[in-house]
Write a new protein. Structure first.
Length: 95
């Protein structure tokens, strides 16, 4: 039986790809703010992955999960796309 994929599965992969002490501080101060902040990068990654064979619009942002099961490759692609957008963000946007 499929299991919903938690956003944290992708966020964990994403944070392993970057090195940013301000993001770590945000996580330590408020996991909710951290998740909200990363959701923006996640949305960009999702829109940049139209070739995904699964429907990435099946998600529940309030529960922080996809309503489908993503495999490791799909999670990795989303995390890499998040890192792409993270690397081109204006530096003054940090919360």
């Amino acid at each position: 039986m499929p299991v919903n994929t938690q956003y944290t599965d992708i966020y964990d992969l994403f944070t392993m790809m970057i090195d940013d002490y301000e993001l770590i501080e945000l996580y330590q101060s408020s996991e909710e703010d951290f998740s909200t902040y990363l959701r923006g990068f996640s949305s960009l990654a999702i829109s940049d992955f139209p070739q995904c064979k699964k429907d990435l619009s099946k998600r529940d942002d309030s529960a922080n999960e996809f309503l489908i099961e993503l495999d490791d490759i799909e999670k990795s692609i989303l995390a890499k796309l998040m890192a792409k957008y993270w690397s081109i963000r204006p530096l003054f946007i940090v919360i």
